[in-house]
Write a protein of this length. Structure first.
Length: 112
């Protein structure tokens, strides 16, 4: 529902109306607010310990959620390898089930 608004042309001679009706602007603003609310990474970050479990939650930390990709830092290389090779599909499925309105596409694990 992205609507772009007209800009005043460069060679505007000053005879036309340059204002916008509030009825044109409000749906655009409310749509952007709704998009921002639906993409709340703080909810995903808060639910991460429940999804990964209490033992592994102490060794991992979600740091960003951008464009459907959750980035998680991991404390050691052994856990990094296990999460990437074995647990990633299960964790991704758990996130998608808990947050069906989010478009969670992938999880990237990083050492940190």
């Amino acid at each position: 529902m992205k609507k772009t608004f007209r800009r005043t042309p460069k060679n505007y001679d000053g005879t036309g109306v340059t204002t916008h009706h509030l009825s044109e602007i409000i749906p655009h603003v409310l749509g952007r607010i709704d998009d921002a609310y639906n993409e709340r990474p703080d909810l995903i970050f808060a639910a991460w310990p429940d999804i990964i479990g209490p033992q592994l939650a102490a060794m991992t930390k979600p740091v960003s959620y951008i464009d459907g990709i959750l980035t998680v830092t991991v404390k050691n290389s052994t856990l990094f390898s296990l999460l990437n090779q074995h647990d990633k599909p299960k964790l991704l499925l758990g996130l998608k089930q808990k947050f069906p309105n989010h478009n969670i596409r992938n999880i990237y694990f990083r050492m940190g």
